[in-house]
Design a protein around this ligand. Structure first.
Ligand SMILES: [Zn+2]
Length: 294
């Protein structure tokens, strides 16, 4: 069973069937994943149109992966890890450029921009979700943008997309625009789940990193390298995001829903540990961070 679809990474038109899964977060509707026969990019099929996708984000407490089936403990854990991760993200960028202008695409409630602004960065954010954007505007005490094309003509030293690219209908068009917005020598930072990770292969259709249909695309390393290359970026480094294995594994256990909470917690914890140990040899961490230069 093949489908015809233009691959946003390599422009190949052939996709082969990969996996059947479902929306575990909001609607329980079934979706399939198809793989580009050339670069390995996975596509969610069917892909709800831009004017239809809103209802799949309908859960009132959707923060990143936090759907209505989550519990308090997972949410607290998510927030605690995010706090630690924020410092790590800032230091990673400041190792390359100590200060400058930064644009965060899909900035959510603005926690990362706040961290950067406090450290002296001149920040801008784009966030289509009204509630999240207003919260970010309050925290940052500045106006943010709803869409990429609303941004004023200006260039940035750093553009970040933290778990955002997989949500976009046209990742190729977005990266093209990012390249125009970057200063020469500017840094592009992209974090995405890795469908080739140990935990992805272990949980299969229950892997929370698929998060269909909110995630429209699933980037293997080959697919991401191809996409960056096609859009004129030079891949500089691929870094692990080892914390994500824990969060994603715990959520994946919740998608399975057939065991009590302590069992889910233990199984999730050990799967994540195994995934990270495995990835030390293969590099296939649960989520990966791509640093690319203009
Ligand atoms: Zn492809």
């Amino acid at each position: 069973m093949n489908v015809t679809l233009s691959c946003p990474a390599c422009h190949n038109a052939q996709f082969e069937y990969y996996l059947a899964t479902q929306d575990f977060g909001v609607t329980r509707e079934p979706f399939n994943l198809y793989r580009c026969t050339q670069c390995g990019l996975l596509a969610t099929i069917p892909q709800p149109d831009e004017d239809q996708i809103g209802r799949y984000y309908a859960s009132s407490n959707y923060i990143s992966h936090t759907g209505k089936h989550d519990n308090r403990m997972l949410k607290l854990l998510y927030l605690a890890v995010r706090r630690i991760a924020l410092t790590g993200k800032r230091k990673l960028i400041e190792k390359k450029y100590p200060k400058g202008s930064l644009l965060d695409l899909g900035c959510g409630t603005g926690a990362f921009l706040h961290e950067m602004k406090r450290s002296g960065w001149e920040v801008t954010g784009v966030e289509p979700a009204n509630i999240a954007r207003r919260q970010a505007e309050n925290i940052l005490n500045q106006r943010l943008f709803t869409r990429l094309d609303e941004l004023p003509q200006k260039s940035y030293r750093v553009i970040t997309l933290w778990h955002v690219l997989e949500h976009l209908h046209r990742p190729d068009t977005t990266l093209k625009r990012c390249r125009e917005l970057l200063e020469p020598g500017g840094l592009l930072v992209i974090a995405v789940p890795n469908p080739d990770s140990f935990d992805a292969l272990h949980y299969r259709q229950h892997w929370a990193g698929f998060d269909v249909p909110r995630h429209l695309w699933h980037f293997t390393r080959q697919a991401m390298k191809t996409l960056l290359n096609q859009q004129g970026f030079t891949l500089h480094q691929i870094l692990p995001m080892p914390w994500d294995a824990y969060y994603v594994s715990l959520l994946s256990e919740a998608c399975r829903k057939n065991q009590n909470l302590p069992a889910r917690f233990l199984k999730g914890f050990f799967t994540a540990l195994k995934s990270n140990l495995h990835a030390r040899k293969t590099g296939a961490y649960s989520s990966l961070l791509y640093l690319a230069m203009k």
